[in-house]
Unconditional design. Structure first.
Length: 84
């Protein structure tokens, strides 16, 4: 599984958990961008990963510890992809 796929999977997992409304909106946007990122050309992947990074930077907490863990993993993956 690629980093792009793992990024998407972590964000998709948060959709199954009860998270705060403001976090939910941002996570949904990040998930959509991450889904698109999986099929993008490598030069576009870094750009879209940076968008995911920006969205996740606005999430302080989700209100759910498991979702917070997924967000931390997604942040690390988005950062790595944005640097490629």
């Amino acid at each position: 599984m690629s980093d792009a796929d793992r990024l998407y999977e972590h964000l998709a997992a948060t959709a199954e958990l009860p998270v705060e409304r403001s976090a939910s909106r941002l996570l949904g946007e990040a998930e959509a961008v991450a889904d698109d990122l999986r099929e993008a050309d490598p030069d576009v992947q870094a750009e879209r990963a940076a968008v995911v990074e920006q969205l996740l930077a606005k999430v302080d907490t989700t209100g759910h510890s498991e979702a917070d863990e997924h967000v931390e993993q997604a942040r690390a993956l988005a950062s790595a992809l944005a640097d490629e």
